[in-house]
Design a protein around this ligand. Structure first.
Ligand code: GLU
Length: 277
C-alpha cells in the first residue's frame, strides 16, 4: 500500500525551521497531504494560512491534494462525537480553566490530569442548553471497553500505553465543534493517512488518539515522532523568535529545496540542532 503522510500545521503564527523539518520528512511519503488545523477560533488567522502555502511552495513540497481545512468540517466531527456519546463515553464538562487549576492544586489533586469534577454528573440537557460546556472523553470507561491502546513507530518498535498516559481529554470545546485529538483522528482516517509524521513533543498525544481510533473503529496508522529542531544551545524554537521563520529565510535568499535536502539528511543550518524531546 502507498504510504500516505501529512503535515498538519496550526495557522497561529509563521512557520519556522522545525515545521520545515517535519514537512520535509512527511513529504518523503509516496503521498503527501497538508491539513490546516484551524479549530482554535481565537488563535487561527487567515494570513498564516496563506503564509503556509507560500512556505511549502518555496520548499518545493507540493501536496497531492488541496489541503483539508478543519474549520470547514464541523459536521464530520459532530458525527464522531455523537458516536462516542452514544456509547456513553463522552460527558459534558462545565469547568472553567480556573476551576480545574483550583482542583489540581488541592492536596489530593490529580496531577496533570483532569480532576474528574464533571465525570459521573447526571446528564442535564436543561443545564447544557444554557451553560457553556465542552465534551470530555471518559477514559476509564473507554479503556474498560477496548483495553489499553498500543502503537507502532515507523522503525518497527511497538509501544503500549499505560493508564497514566490517558486523560479525559476534551473532545469538543465550548467554542468549537471539535478539539485537536478528535479532529486529528477523524481527519487522518478520512484522508487515508498511514503514517503520522510529527514532532516528539506530540508523542504524548498518541495514546489517546489511538484509543479514539479504536473506539471509532478507524484504521491504525504508524507513527514517526521525529526529533525537534532547537537552537544550537538546546533552546526550543518559539513562535516569537524571528530568526528561524521560513518567511525570513526565504526573504534572505535561502534556497528552499536545498534546505529540504539538507534537513532530510539531518543537516541543520548553522546555529540549529536536533534534540529528541
Ligand atoms: N497542529 C499540530 C501542531 O501544529 C500538529 C498536529 C499533528 O501533527 O498531529 O503542533
Amino acid at each position: 500500500m502507498k504510504t500516505t503522510s501529512r503535515f498538519a500545521p496550526s495557522p497561529t503564527g509563521l512557520l519556522h525551521l522545525g515545521h520545515a523539518y517535519s514537512a520535509a520528512l512527511a513529504a518523503e511519503a509516496a503521498r503527501f497531504l497538508v491539513r490546516i488545523e484551524d479549530l482554535d477560533p481565537g488563535r487561527s488567522r487567515g494570513e498564516f494560512v496563506g503564509a503556509i502555502g507560500a512556505d511549502l511552495a518555496w520548499l518545493g513540497l507540493d501536496p497531492a491534494e488541496a489541503p483539508l481545512v478543519q474549520s470547514a468540517r464541523g459536521a464530520v466531527y459532530e458525527a464522531a462525537l455523537e458516536q462516542l456519546r452514544g456509547q456513553g463515553l463522552a460527558y459534558p464538562c462545565f469547568c472553567t480553566r480556573a476551576d480545574i487549576a483550583a482542583a489540581l492544586s488541592a492536596p489530593h489533586g490529580a496531577g496533570a490530569h483532569y480532576p474528574g469534577t464533571c465525570r459521573g454528573l447526571a446528564d442535564d440537557p436543561g443545564r447544557r442548553a444554557v451553560a457553556a460546556h465542552s465534551w470530555r472523553l471518559d477514559a476509564a470507561r473507554a479503556v474498560a471497553r477496548v483495553g489499553l491502546p498500543g502503537w507502532r513507530e515507523h522503525d518497527g518498535t511497538a509501544h503500549t500505553a499505560t493508564r497514566a498516559d490517558l486523560d479525559d481529554v476534551i473532545l469538543a470545546r465550548k467554542d468549537a465543534p471539535a478539539a485537536y485529538h478528535l479532529a486529528c483522528v477523524v481527519d487522518d482516517a478520512a484522508s487515508g493517512v498511514t503514517l503520522v509524521t510529527r514532532g516528539a513533543d506530540l508523542r504524548s498525544s498518541t495514546p489517546v488518539q489511538r484509543l479514539l481510533q479504536m473506539l471509532l473503529d478507524l484504521p491504525e496508522p504508524a507513527y514517526r515522532h521525529h526529533p525537534l529542531v532547537t537552537h544550537a544551545d538546546g533552546r526550543r524554537l518559539a513562535k516569537r523568535d524571528q530568526a528561524p521563520t521560513l518567511a525570513a529565510m526565504r526573504a534572505a535568499g535561502v534556497d528552499g529545496r536545498a534546505l529540504v535536502g539538507a534537513l532530510r539528511e539531518d543537516r541543520l543550518p548553522l546555529g540549529f540542532a536536533l534534540s529528541s524531546a
